[in-house]
Design a protein around this ligand. Structure first.
Ligand code: BG6
Length: 494
């Protein structure tokens, strides 16, 4: 067997993380960068410069990362030397975007000075209203070089108009090719495997359409609630936090036409076409085709309104959904009449993200007790692909059928560590590959579809349907499918 090629190492870069001491940075970005470093994927000169208002020195910041990332077990303990080397890549500069003090920008400029030939990445792990001001101030400080890129975390805005305004503001400083709008679901292994499954195997394509497929289900179920996140969540809710981005991106990958090339524009062109083909859900249709819920107290778990937070609940807290389900339709030749059911929620019985493609039943059954085939793409946990087929139960006498899965478990098949989504995406940013990032037209097309649903929900003014924490969600979500004699794929969920 020939040896594996050495890992691809992007050019030396300065990665400037605004919001660098925040939750995302500590939980996801820094561990991902450490793992990339450990795998030999960071150039020796690459630096990680955290910006925050925290007034930390480099030593303070390294100590904080050591305590919060290393000691908390987000990185392995058996590599003390590598960890120390990694810590020395870290710097901290105090910057107050929108504040009066220009001091931080001057300090940052001094740190970056002389490194203009390096790739420079500004990663904005901060609320979307800071994106425009950050870009303007970084530009005014002379920090935006031709080799610069900017990464924008989701959600980009809270509706189409605000997303367009942010895109305009950022677009005044950066070219579209320099803007990387991140959706970490696109970095998940199984999500990329969906592209490979569909476009590197011939057998699925002839049956990947409304003639053979009854419906598609996309589920992102979480056990976590929102402790400490009320400030953000009250104004986001499940529709903006999860559906507008993660779930719609998954829908696009299932529904898109085969792109002609695996390059930066071809895949995104096809995804945009799917978003533009979604049938709008307007006015009273939102009552029929969408469900919103909020978790209440459950066994050993507080309700949304009782979650620990720095401020007491408000009217916005009472109105916000922690669960959303939607029956969507893609109006094109391939998918006409095939419902795409989307659902996501907090405090559900198990953590599970998956795409279920439910095939139609055989046209004429000669055996009793059959069930239609089902393809399950499991994103997490236990990444894998399972095709449920009918088999004969062993034994003499009458033929009895049993659905059994043909299973591909990535962990068992590849016997390797499955990298976190952020590892893959950060390497793509550092090497300038935007294929797995969202283009402006894509984000805006997604908002264009979400906006009328939000508008109806807001106009209705009715509070979301309660569901106990730890249950499988509001009753209406089950009725959404029951109306057409379908049920959610509940394996492992209850
Ligand atoms: C984030 C949302 O984008 O995704 C969170 O803001 C959510 O609310 C998280 O918990 C889920 O990501 P993952 O990778 O754990 O499924």
């Amino acid at each position: 067997m020939s040896p594996l090629p050495p890992p691809f190492v992007p050019h030396a870069a300065d990665l400037v993380v605004f919001g660098g001491t925040g939750d995302l940075s500590m939980r996801k970005l820094i561990p991902a960068l450490y793992h990339s470093d450990r795998d030999g994927r960071l150039a020796p000169e690459t630096r990680i410069i955290a910006l925050s208002r925290g007034g930390l020195t480099d030593a303070d910041f390294r100590g904080k990362v050591d305590a919060e990332v290393h000691t908390a077990g987000a990185v392995p303990a058996e590599d003390p030397e590598g960890w120390q080397r990694f810590l020395h890549r870290l710097h901290h500069v105090t910057v107050d975007v929108g504040g009066d003090a220009a001091g931080g920008w001057t300090e940052l400029a001094a740190l970056l000075h002389g490194h203009e030939q390096r790739d420079r990445v500004f990663y904005l792990a901060s609320p979307p209203m800071t994106f425009g001001p950050f870009c303007r101030e970084a530009d005014a400080a002379g920090l935006v070089t031709p080799r610069s890129r900017v990464v924008l975390e989701k959600p980009l805005g809270r509706d189409l108009a605000s997303a367009q305004a942010i895109n305009d503001e950022v677009g005044e400083i950066f070219e579209e090719a320099q803007i990387f709008r991140i959706d970490h679901y696109l970095g998940k292994e199984t999500v990329q495997n969906l592209l490979v499954l569909r476009f590197a195997n011939a057998f699925l394509e002839p049956i990947w359409n409304s003639l053979w497929i009854d419906h598609v289900q996309i589920t992102v179920a979480e056990t976590v609630g929102t402790p400490g996140r009320r400030g953000y969540y009250d104004h986001a809710g499940a529709l903006r936090d999860m559906v507008q981005n993660h779930l719609l991106q998954l829908l696009c990958l299932v529904a898109m036409e085969p792109p002609s090339r695996n390059d930066r524009e071809s895949i995104r062109d096809e995804k945009v076409k799917v978003l533009q083909s979604l049938r709008p859900i307007t006015g009273t249709e939102a009552d029929r085709f969408t469900v919103r819920g909020q978790y209440t107290e459950g066994p050993g778990m507080p309700g949304y309104l009782e979650e620990p937070a720095s401020t007491p609940p408000t009217d916005a807290s009472r109105q916000v959904e922690t669960y959303a389900a939607i029956r969507a339709e893609v109006k094109n030749w391939r998918w006409a009449g095939v419902p795409f059911y989307l659902r996501t929620g907090k405090r559900l019985p198990s953590r599970r993200s998956e795409i279920v493609v439910q095939f139609k039943d055989v046209p004429h059954s000669i055996f009793p007790g059959g069930a239609p085939n089902r393809l399950v793409l499991r994103l997490q946990p236990s990444e894998g692909i399972h095709l449920h087929i009918m088999a004969k139960e062993p034994g003499a006498g009458e033929i009895a059928l049993r659905p059994v899965p043909l299973s591909l478990s990535f962990a068992q098949t590849f016997a390797t560590r499955v990298p976190e989504a952020y590892e893959r995406l950060l390497m793509d940013v550092l090497s300038g590959n935007p294929t797995l990032f969202m283009r402006r037209d894509e984000v805006e097309a997604a908002w264009r579809w979400i906006d009328p649903i939000l508008a109806t929900w807001e106009a209705n003014g009715t509070p979301p349907e309660p569901y106990p924490a730890g249950s499988s969600g509001p009753a209406s979500a089950h009725e959404l499918l029951a109306r057409s004699d379908r049920t959610w794929h509940e394996e492992d969920l209850a």
